[in-house]
Every structure is written in C-alpha cells, then in structure tokens.
Design a protein around this ligand. Structure first.
Ligand code: PSV
Ligand code: MN
Ligand code: MN
Length: 388
C-alpha cells in the first residue's frame, strides 16, 4: 500500500536538525566579507538567533559550538542561557586551523610538542562538553601538504592515528568522537583525512564511539554521496551529517539549494539504512550565509531538509522493491521519481499549524520584527564572523 501523509506524520515529528553557531556570523570569500546589521557579537547572541529558527520551525532544537570562536568563561551558564532561549547546546567543534603553530599540521605534525598542543586543545573541548552536556566532539583536520614530497603521507597518517587515540581515550562513556573528511582545502595536494574510507579506517581503529561525519560539500563533483551514506550505515559508522550544498567546491550554500534531488537521494538512503530518527545519526547544517540574511537562510535550510525528508518518507518502498526484484528498470525509477516530484509543501503547512507552528515559518519570522530589533540593539562591539 502506498505511503500516505498521515503515515509519515509521526516520523516527521521526530526530526531534529542542529544549527552551527558560525552560520549566524558574517562570512564571505577571501575577496570580501559583507557585514549585516544585527549580526551577533557574542556566542549568546548567536544562540539567541538560532533559537529563532527553532521557534518558527520546531526543527532545530540544538546549536553546535566552535571552540575557540565561541569561547566563554562559563559554559554551564551558556547552557542555561541556551535553555532559557528554548534550545540546547550540541556538538563541540574543535579548531586546529587558525594558529601559526599548525602551519604544517596539528594532529599529524612532526613536532611532538605541537601535536601535544593540538591534543590538549581537544581535551579542553572535552571539558567543555562536560559543562554543556554535549555528546559529540567533531574533528575536522585542515592538515595536509601542497606539494608532492612535502611530507611523508604514511608517517603523517600514523601520527594522526596516535593523536586520535589519545583524544578518544579522554572521552567519557557517553561521548563520541566524530571525524570529518574533506578531499582538499586548505591543503591542495593531499589532506590527511580526505575521504570516507580514511575517516572510517581511523575511527574503526579507535572504538565503537568513534564515527564518521559526512559533509555533503566535501567530495569531488559527481561523487555518489548516497552510496557513501549506504556504506557507512551498513558499517555502523555514520555519526553525523554536515548538510550544505555546492555548485563547485566546498561552497557551504543552503542545503537543497543547488541540487534538491541529491538531497532527496541522500535522505532516502538514510531512511533505507535505518539512520532516520535515529539519535546515532545527527543531522547538522554546516553553512555560511555570505549574501543572504542569516536567520532566514537557516530557516530556509531546515525547511528544505524537512521537505526532502517528507518526500523520501513517502517513497513507496514495497512498490520499489517489487519493481527492483522484477528487473523493471523504468518502473522502479518511476516509483522513486514519483516520491521526489511530490509537492509536500501544502500538506506540511497544514501539519505545522496542527502543531501550533506557523504555516509559513519563513514569513512568520520576517513579520516578527526580530531582524529590525537586533539591527537597532546590536550596535558597538565586534560582529562575529566565520572565524571569530
Ligand atoms: C571547513 O571545510 C569546514 O566547513 C568544515 O566542514 C568544518 O565542519 C567547518 O569548516 C567548521 O570547522
Ligand atoms: Mn563541515
Ligand atoms: Mn566545509
């Protein structure tokens, strides 16, 4: 029997998407960062903005922090502040890419003292996780080389493994390490964790609470990302997503903007593999809003994820399986495409209203006057930016 909207309603109610604190700061390219009035100046203001997204969509109950960009004296108090705003603090992201010492690597550096410094930064992040009640430590390594021969790739890999072992050993039993991969940038010849296979090999050597983070923008163009999703779920190591979209490289644009069909295919595979509404697989955004307003940009993003999730949940799996088994190539593809082409927006609007949310969260936010208020109130101080 075909899946209906009422069948999927309870599953949709379970959706939770984590927002990155850095999405609320100003960002840009190496050519120019355009500032926006009302941009947060403190971690508290970023959290307050993130809470607006949750308030109008009901989809974004947690906010990820980036250390040291979100440094505060009292993280437990920051957690209480978040709670008062209606959200909770989530993943803690480490940062080993903005210190001169890390020019030639951090966890992979040849100098044991620099490796130690990078490891200690992660131990500090774990302390913060204790104060915030965060489960996940997310590590993205900006290390690698620019020229063949510049470094010994094998020795670097071994040093990353050893450093990760030390960090993993410091986690509490209910905490996880999530290792992100990226095939280029800032290093351009090789990166030390370039692909899901390397991330998998590294985390598998650590233990059950080490997982892979899949950032949708971190693959070569044309990569079949849903295949990677399938494989990591199959191996029990898909820990989280960093959702965003891209036309060219790591563009960090609004998820579902560049290729909604790819987002649909990814989420369909998550559902197929038991990763949907499964706390083991965290849905997060990793985006920057260079020219669009940030809060509406995040609202649009979580709604895009919700819409593609609804479509993917509507996929008639029985009909699909029957067509697949019968070797009915076009029939199977038609079942798949039917779900993708279903316009779920009118139904989602109604469903939201039934749950006490605005039918159109985007418009409700624009009408709320919040943007005008923060533009007036947040004068003086330094606006946050991606990187501060
Ligand atoms: C850099 O590519 C990056 O976008 C990674 O995806 C991290 O998740 C993020 O920055 C924050 O460190
Ligand atoms: Mn990322
Ligand atoms: Mn990235």
């Amino acid at each position: 029997m075909a899946t209906t909207f009422s069948d999927i309603a309870p599953l949709l109610a379970e959706q939770a998407i984590e927002l990155p604190s850095w999405a609320f700061g100003n960002s840009g390219t190496r050519f120019k960062v355009f500032a926006t009035p009302g941009t947060p100046r403190t971690p508290q203001e970023k959290i307050a903005d993130a809470a607006q997204v949750h308030r109008y969509t009901g989809l974004a109950p947690t906010v990820a922090l980036h250390i040291p960009w979100d440094n505060v004296d009292d993280y437990a108090a920051l957690g209480t502040f978040a709670k008062d705003q209606g959200v909770a603090l989530g993943t803690i992201n480490s940062n080993t890419f903005q210190d001169d010492d890390y020019k030639f690597g951090a966890l992979s550096h040849v100098d044991p003292q620099i490796r130690r410094k990078a490891i200690d930064h992660h131990l500090e992040c774990i302390d913060i996780m204790h104060a915030t009640g965060s489960r996940d430590l997310k590590i993205w390594l900006a290390e690698g080389t620019n020229y063949p021969g510049q470094g010994d790739m094998r020795a670097r890999q071994d040093r990353v493994a050893e450093s990760l072992r030390t960090i993993y050993a410091a986690l509490a039993d209910d905490q996880r390490l999530v290792l992100e991969y990226k095939f280029f940038e800032p290093a351009f010849y090789h990166t030390d964790v370039p692909d899901w296979g390397t991330s998998y090999a590294q985390v598998a050597a650590l233990g059950d609470r080490a997982m892979v983070c899949l950032d949708t923008g971190h693959h070569a163009p044309g990569t079949n990302i849903e295949f990677i999703v399938m494989q990591l779920l199959r191996l029990g190591r898909l820990g989280s997503f960093d959702f965003n979209s891209r036309f060219y490289a790591d563009d960090d644009l609004i998820v579902g903007a560049a290729d909604p069909f790819q987002l649909f295919r990814i989420i369909a595979e998550v559902i197929r593999g038991g990763g949907y509404a499964n706390p083991d697989v965290a849905f997060m955004l990793d985006q920057c809003h260079n020219v669009e307003d940030k809060i509406p940009g995040q609202i649009r993003s979580v709604l895009n994820v919700q819409e593609m999730t609804a479509r993917a949940l509507l996929l008639d799996r029985e009909a699909l399986a029957a067509a697949e088994e019968a070797g009915d190539v076009l029939g199977a593809n038609a079942v798949f495409m039917d779900a993708f082409y279903t316009d779920v927006r009118p139904w989602l609007a109604q469903w939201r209203e039934g749950r006490g949310l605005p039918a159109d969260p985007f418009q409700a936010y624009l009408d709320s006057g919040y943007a005008q208020r923060i533009a007036e109130e947040r004068v003086g101080g330094t606006q946050a930016s991606w990187g501060a």
